[in-house]
Write a protein that binds this ligand. Structure first.
Ligand SMILES: Cc1ncc(COP(=O)(O)O)c(C=O)c1O
Length: 400
């Protein structure tokens, strides 16, 4: 069977209700980790990939490149810079300074490069826990010292007081995640101001991972950290990628806006190939996403909001012991199983008893015990199946 035509993708991407669609058979046929790690009897809702096809314009760009046999050197990584600058301006009213933008092969690549080049072994790095676990790995793997600042579980808010108290003489960096994975919080102006205050007072670098910034829900606004607070000036690295918004994590492309002279200098003095660069497919796919896919993103946001509502509705009826605060952004729901009798690691129990794969709460650090993260970026039918399985394991029944 030949490669599917562009028309094939166009037919299945957006359903008649204007929402994105996903089909289990197509998902299971993919080689990616989400549908393969746990085998055919498990329904996956763990890693942060969506089950929807990426935007047709991205697939066309990548396919066009392949069909031309255009897999030699180039285009250049810098080709992603202007599309990202105008994307940020259109979507978030921030015009990044293009001269400060550098391309990387992933957001975590940029994060680790920033951490490695601006700190020494033993230096303190602040994280707001629970937090996306690769942040914890990045600190441990580079021999830096982790400073946990727990979010208040009652609403997952940042406490400026706790943050201030946690800083010591060797603290150098605050790793910020806005919007926040796993809680789905969009930290408000007061919380961001508390971070700015402490960073300014203690002369800290802030690395702001804003990979989820495009996927905000109705009523929430993503405000990139570089706008609005001068206390971040000269001490801020802002990370972005098309990988979450357009489901392109395999294309390995990200950018960093570096408002921090020492890091710009350190990167410039590194051997050229040590920094690496995105592949040509990553570049053309990402450029297409940031240039032609505003409408697709709007459909993705609508779909994710609909799935979050579906999850809340279904859990309230079929598994009322499982609670969560609907996220303000992301397609990740941070579920509280502490009254559901599944122990500290409900994801492990659910994998075993229910054949459903969520992300394990404890791996997100302090605050994660008794929780699990559920990825709702899938079809209505698949999400219903996921909830049915959870409900059977938790409350011993599910709706017919
Ligand atoms: C907050 C956050 N940062 C980074 C990443 C990984 O991005 P990348 O694949 O571009 O490294 C993820 C993936 O889920 C994420 O949630």
């Amino acid at each position: 069977m030949g490669a599917p035509s562009s028309g094939h993708y166009r037919e299945v991407v957006i359903g008649p209700d204007g929402l994105l669609t996903a089909d289990e058979q197509r998902c299971r046929a993919r080689v990616g980790v989400k549908w393969n790690r746990y085998g055919p009897d498990v329904v996956p809702a763990w890693v942060a990939d969506m089950d929807f096809d990426p935007p047709p314009a991205v697939l066309d760009a990548v396919r066009g490149h392949i069909e031309r046999g255009d897999l030699g050197y180039g285009p250049f990584a810098d080709d992603v810079v202007e599309p990202w600058v105008s994307w940020q301006e259109r979507q978030h009213h921030w015009r990044p300074d293009a001269t400060r933008v550098r391309a990387f092969t992933s957001t975590l690549h940029a994060l680790e490069a920033a951490l490695w080049n601006t700190t020494d072994r033993g230096d303190g790095v602040v994280v707001f826990t629970p937090i996306y676990s690769p942040f914890l790995d990045a600190i441990a793997d580079s021999g830096r010292r982790r400073i946990d600042v727990p979010l208040d579980p009652n609403g997952w808010r940042i406490s400026g007081e706790r943050l201030s108290e946690a800083i010591d003489d060797t603290t150098r960096v605050i790793l910020f995640c806005q919007p926040h994975n796993p809680t789905g919080r969009v930290f408000d102006a007061g919380e961001v101001a508390a971070v700015a205050e402490v960073a300014d007072h203690h002369d800290l670098l802030v690395i702001s991972d804003e990979i989820w910034g495009d996927l905000v829900h109705p009523g929430a606004v993503h405000r990139p950290l570089p706008i609005g607070d001068e206390r971040f000036d000269g001490r801020l690295v802002t990370l972005g990628s098309a990988s979450k918004s357009f489901n392109l994590a395999g294309l390995r492309t990200a950018v960093a806006h570096i408002d921090h002279a020492p890091l710009l200098e350190a990167l410039a003095s590194m051997p050229k190939h040590l920094q690496g660069a995105p592949s040509s497919l990553g570049i053309v796919g990402t450029v297409a996403a940031w240039s032609e896919c505003d409408d697709w993103l709007a459909a993705a946001r609508r779909t994710i909001a609909a799935r979050c509502e579906q999850l809340a509705r279904r859990l309230a009826i079929d598994a009322p012991s499982v609670r969560f605060d609907p996220p303000e952004a992301t397609y990740l729901c941070w579920l509280d199983f502490r009254d559901a009798g599944l122990g500290d690691d409900p994801a492990a129990a659910l994998l075993d008893r229910a054949g459903v794969a969520l992300s394990s709460g404890p791996q997100f650090g302090p605050g994660g015990a008794g929780y699990a993260r559920l990825n709702v970026a899938t079809s209505e039918e698949i999400l219903d199946e996921i909830v049915d399985r959870i409900a059977r394991a938790v409350d011993g029944s599910s709706s017919p």
